[in-house]
Design a protein around this ligand. Structure first.
Ligand SMILES: [Zn+2]
Length: 333
């Protein structure tokens, strides 16, 4: 039972308030007279319960009105809260739907991103293929040649039938590398057997004066002249850094015939540790840095004048006889 289902009188009764009836009940009492004298006065008649004063009644009415107003406001609040709850429920459904849409969009973006990533990978692969295709080997592969043996067969065949076109068509990716290969593995020699290189070296037959071994003269005689010059100047140990395998082979054979002169032949294509280069400079009387392209700078730079007693010289001339002649003049000078 809520308060507003009661009448005002019922509510008052519940709180012990009765309605006031002017015809019943005692009249408003007066305060009892003070006791007079020592003799006991007669007991006053029992007083009826005093009625609520009018002011209290007014206050109670006001309080009821206030409570009623507050109750109505509370009901409004409840209705508003219920309305908000309904609205919120609707909002929740909207939010859930929005989330579903966003998740779907995100999944779509993820798929697109994966797709783009795959495309990028594919493009990179193609780019690498294009870059590689600028090389000779890749071009041969594109033509259908499947192995190095087939490459060689095709190139040798082209050299046989269309050498000029082949040479003009090939552009070097690394001229330095090719130049080093020419120095190391190609020998320009005269027709004499003693000048022919052995091992994996291509020999090109030229006129005797262009022979890189003998230069058209008696190489043994040339070496003998060189050895004599060294002996007369007290040069007993010569280190030669660089030179092709064909050169080193010939020099080694020539030096064998002159046991008084020690010739050490150092590869110009393999890095010589600094401590070994310094040992060469201490041991030798002359160190010859021989060659321009074959000799790697990282090797020659380890030889520094003043490291030991050896004198350091550089020879750019190709050919054994030219080198021997240059060293001979240096020693004699
Ligand atoms: Zn020769």
């Amino acid at each position: 039972m809520s308060g507003d289902d009661l009448t005002f009188e019922e509510m008052m009764a519940m709180t012990g308030v009765r309605s006031y009836d002017g015809s019943k009940g005692p009249a408003p009492s007066k305060p009892p007279p003070p006791p007079s004298g020592p003799t006991a006065a007669p007991a006053p008649p029992p007083r009826p319960a005093p009625a609520l004063p009018s002011a209290a009644l007014t206050a109670a009415r006001a309080e009821v009105a206030s409570l009623t107003t507050q109750l109505a406001a509370a009901r409004n609040d409840v209705a508003a809260a219920e309305a908000r709850a309904t609205t919120a429920e609707g909002h929740t459904e909207e939010a859930e739907e929005r989330i579903r849409v966003l998740v779907a969009e995100r999944d779509g973006v993820d798929r697109k991103r994966r797709s783009l990533s795959d495309e990028l990978t594919e493009t990179r692969t193609q780019l690498l293929a294009v870059t590689a295709s600028s090389g000779l080997e890749a071009t041969l592969r594109e033509r259908g040649l499947g192995s190095r043996d087939e490459d060689i067969e095709a190139l040798l065949g082209l050299l046989d039938v269309r050498a000029d076109q082949l040479i003009e068509a090939i552009e070097l990716a690394s001229p330095d590398q090719f130049a080093a290969l020419l120095d190391e593995r190609v020998a320009l020699v005269c027709g004499r057997d003693s000048c022919l290189p052995d091992g994996p070296t291509a020999s090109v037959t030229v006129q005797a004066r262009r022979c890189e071994i003998c230069g058209g003269s008696d190489i043994r005689a040339a070496f003998a002249t060189f050895a004599d010059a060294c002996a007369s100047k007290g040069v007993k140990n010569v280190v030669v850094v660089g030179g092709s395998p064909a050169y080193r082979k010939q020099l080694g054979a020539l030096a064998d015939a002159h046991p008084d002169l020690r010739m050490d032949l150092v590869l110009g294509t393999v890095r010589r540790p600094t401590h070994k280069a310094e040992a060469d400079m201490r041991r030798a009387d002359v160190v010859v840095i021989w060659g321009a392209t074959l000799l790697d700078h990282s090797i020659s730079e380890n030889y520094k004048a003043g490291t030991g007693k050896a004198r350091l010289m550089t020879v750019r001339d190709r050919g054994i006889t030219r080198m021997l002649s240059a060293v001979r003049r240096y020693v004699a000078g």
